[in-house]
Design a protein around this ligand. Structure first.
Ligand SMILES: CC(C)(COP(=O)(O)OP(=O)(O)OC[C@H]1O[C@@H](n2cnc3c(N)ncnc32)[C@H](O)[C@@H]1OP(=O)(O)O)[C@@H](O)C(=O)NCCC(=O)NCCS
Length: 139
């Protein structure tokens, strides 16, 4: 987990946040994408706030593996497992478009390509940082 986050300083550049994610990986439901040589290249952590809804707590794929289907594979497996347990809605919070960061612009494109809709952009949830709340209905 730590190696994946440290490979993405443009997204996960704050050491305290990285530590919190590493700790969270020990307790939250998690999915890892692992190569045939045993290298972890992608991770997905989930928070199940209520039986009917779940939130992506963290999603990250090593930079060299972007656009090679790893994120898609992680999300597809998660959605399949959630549906099997009766969960009907998947949400995620990410950096909003009021911030000019190009990396997160691509992150939003990933979620939009997977059917997530923009619900609201909060200006006061993360101090000084716009937070876009997105959701996807699991059919
Ligand atoms: C967002 C992220 C998890 C996506 O993982 P990925 O393995 O690169 O995504 P995939 O290869 O499975 O992409 C699936 C589809 O999403 C869309 N997509 C993904 N990245 C995109 C981009 N940069 N621009 C436009 N569309 C994109 C495309 O439709 C893509 O299909 P295609 O490649 O056949 O066109 C990954 O880029 C990442 O780790 N980013 C940095 C960390 C991050 O943003 N985490 C989320 C924080 S909320």
């Amino acid at each position: 987990m730590r190696a994946i986050l440290e490979d993405l300083p443009a997204w996960f550049g704050q050491p305290e946040a990285t530590e919190a994610y590493v700790t969270a990986a020990d307790t939250l439901p998690n999915y890892f994408a692992v190569t045939s040589t045993g290298e972890q290249v992608g991770a997905l952590l989930v928070e199940q706030h209520f039986p009917e809804t779940a939130e992506i707590h963290l999603m990250a794929v090593k930079a060299a593996w972007h656009r090679r289907g790893v994120g898609n594979a992680l999300l597809t497996k998660l959605e399949s497992d959630l549906l099997a347990h009766g969960t009907r809605m998947l949400t995620v919070k990410t950096l909003g478009q009021a911030h000019p960061d190009d990396g997160y612009r691509r992150t939003r494109l990933f979620y939009e390509a997977h059917g997530f809709l923009r619900l609201e952009e909060f200006t006061d949830l993360w101090p000084g940082t716009p937070c876009l709340f997105m959701a996807k209905h699991l059919p």
